[in-house]
Ligand binder design. Sequence first.
Ligand code: ZN
Length: 338
Amino acid sequence: MQKLGNGEDAMTLSTIIIMPIWRVLARLVVPAFLFSTATYAENTEPPTVHRFVASQEAWDTNAYWIESATGIILIDSQMLNSDASKLASLIKATGKPVEAAFITHPHFDHFAGLDTLQQSLGQFPVYSTQQGVEAAPPFYKQFMAFEFAKNFEGNLTTHPVFPTKTVSDGETMTVAGVELTFHDYGPGEAEGHLLIEVPQLSAVFIGDVAMVGHPNWIGEARLFESKNQLQRLRDDFQATKTLYSGHGDPATPAIASYQLNLITDIEDAVRNARKDTENLGENGGLKRDVILEITKKLCAKYDYLNYFNYPPETFMSWNVYGADVALFRQARSEQTAS
Ligand SMILES: [Zn+2]
């Protein structure tokens, strides 16, 4: 008897003759199809994005880890030792190595957990932009000197690990089999910003360029730089499916325009108030009561946002103050130029 194949599944010629044609096809085609599907899945199974949210007192900061078939890509690292330790346990449970970490920006809540993570998971290279690499060590010192750092006493690293390797705008890299594209957004919310795009997932990790469900932070007076970042974010990722922010849930690209409107609202209110010299103090900044008045109005408009567990008016007043400093500097440089 002539065999058409080997093994248990082989069909004899007589079986084929008495079987309806669709069953013959099913037996011949389906195993081949299944085989090709399995091969396909093995090579291109999409990596999984995991999100770890900080405990409440640590400003709801997100760290992400991308898990591929072979390894882990870490994006940001948490702030508190206790949070970083929980994150490390989750990663450890996969049994896969961390192949690289990327720090989106040199703010404490995004890089301070690196020490705890490396103690638990071993060494891995840590990347950021050139500005991120330069700004992280001085920011660490500055932060530890703040009075409110005492709130976290015993839960912050005293042996900080900083990003030391740099990536540049437009560069690509394959890590753990996942292709990444980097975008250097320069200063804005922080002194430097690295965005990590994963084309395969139509996703981009945006750090704090745009927050989700929280107001953006312009308390460091980089109002105009923040606006530039948000305009670039809006234009660069119109067709991208998911934006993963440093704070808040995964979002659509609409978040860029939302935050641009919000900080433009702050700018407009401060700019208008500065037109009346009665509102200005001796140092050239808005008087305290004017800042509070603007703050109240903005908080009433944006009362549904999460203010990182601060009283809304406290947080918003820092932003109003930041916009005032930026506009004061702009006016001063225009005077110098003319
Ligand atoms: Zn942050």
